[in-house]
Design a protein around this ligand. Structure first.
Ligand code: DOR
Ligand code: ZN
Length: 353
């Protein structure tokens, strides 16, 4: 008997939808598969005010409605980018009005469009104190940027030098360590009561040998970089554990093919179309399909103060005899720009409706 299950409609607690023609091309993929999505603010220039967040949300909704051809309500949750210019009053008003859910910290230089980021989280202490007081979560890209540090050690280094002091000085602040990539990240989340961690499909399904061992795979390159098998297995254990502090954030991040197959490759994996198939296959391999719903549909919603959706989706694993669907491997924007999709093999194994 092949698995055939119904679960609550999932949410994606970390996604990059970009803007303009790329937004138009990708928004429907997220809107079709997820009830809510936490929309990352690393546009160029970044989203730093509530007015910008409101305008961006309207563009996201327009693009999603135009593309999805679906009447299912899609609820983008907006995030402000933490910079020295962020106004505490604007943030608090926007949060109270429901326009902005959270604030994102990027270490300057760590990843795509992070140039406006910071060099020390704790230097934003007045903002963080206001966030703690008003229940506004801090989302953190947890990666040290020092050129001295080995690329595979950067998450663990950041946790020690930046994240722990914040968790200790501001225990009331709700912190999500985004796209956990190491066993050290899982351990940090487990050791502070007010922390949680989002986990991506690609960090659950791949390790750095997949990235580097059989030819270098630019489409598996993201930040934080996919790490060791031991780290992958710690992430899997956290995801299937049912622990409510771990939940899905796809970090789906589209880049034009030309910038992924280049001399210098940009970081980011576009996984929105098949993210659920990839995660379902991981849970299947772990013998943990019974815990899938908690990870993709319940834990994150509860963490951010929402009721899980009242809608259901059905996931069915294909039997050996069923013919592969051969789903598309590339998305093509209205201007003819191609973007490679992650998870085609898993999309052949699973049917989701
Ligand atoms: O790989 C990544 N790509 N990691 C990030 O943190 C940002 C993202 C992007 O925006 O492309
Ligand atoms: Zn991201």
């Amino acid at each position: 008997m092949q698995p055939d299950l119904r679960i609550t409609l999932p949410d994606d607690w970390h996604v990059h939808l970009r803007d303009d023609e790329m937004l138009e091309a990708v928004a429907g993929h997220t809107a079709r598969r997820f009830g809510r999505a936490m929309i990352m603010p690393n546009l160029d220039p970044p989203i730093t005010t509530v007015a910008q967040a409101n305008d961006y949300r309207a563009r996201v909704l327009d693009a999603a409605a135009a593309a999805s051809g679906d009447t299912r309500p899609f609820d983008p949750k907006m995030v402000l980018y933490l910079t020295a210019d962020l106004s505490i009053d604007d943030l608090i008003r926007g949060h109270q009005a429901g326009s902005v859910l959270a604030v994102k910290y990027y270490p300057a230089g760590a990843t795509t469009n992070s140039a406006s980021g910071g060099t020390s989280i704790i230097s934003f202490k007045p903002v963080l104190e206001a966030m703690a007081e008003h229940g506004i979560p801090l989302l953190v890209h947890a990666e040290a940027t020092s050129a001295e540090l080995d690329i595979f050690d950067r998450e663990a280094a950041f946790l020690e030098t930046e994240m722990q002091p914040v968790c200790e000085e501001l225990p009331e602040l709700s912190v999500t360590v985004e796209h956990l990539s190491t066993a050290a990240g899982v351990a940090l989340v487990r050791s502070y009561a007010n922390t949680s961690g989002s986990i991506t499909p690609h960090h659950l399904s791949c390790d750095r040998s997949d990235l580097l061992a059989n030819g270098m795979r630019p489409h598996l390159y993201c930040k934080p970089v996919i790490n060791s098998r031991t780290d992958r297995d710690a992430l899997r254990a956290a995801a299937v554990s049912g622990d409510k502090r771990f939940f899905l954030g796809t970090d789906s991040a589209p880049h034009p093919l030309a910038t992924k197959e280049a001399e210098v490759v940009r970081a980011g994996i576009f996984n929105a179309p098949y993210a659920l198939e990839v995660v379902a296959e991981v849970f299947y391999q772990e013998g943990a399909l019974g815990d899938l719903e908690r990870f993709v549909s319940i834990n994150g919603a509860v963490r951010y103060g929402f009721e899980p959706s009242d809608k259901l989706i059905r996931l069915r694993r294909r039997s050996e005899e069923e013919v592969a669907k051969d789903p598309p491997a590339d998305l093509v924007t209205s201007e003819g720009v191609r973007v490679r999709m992650f998870g085609v093999a898993e999309a052949n194994l699973w049917t989701i409706a």
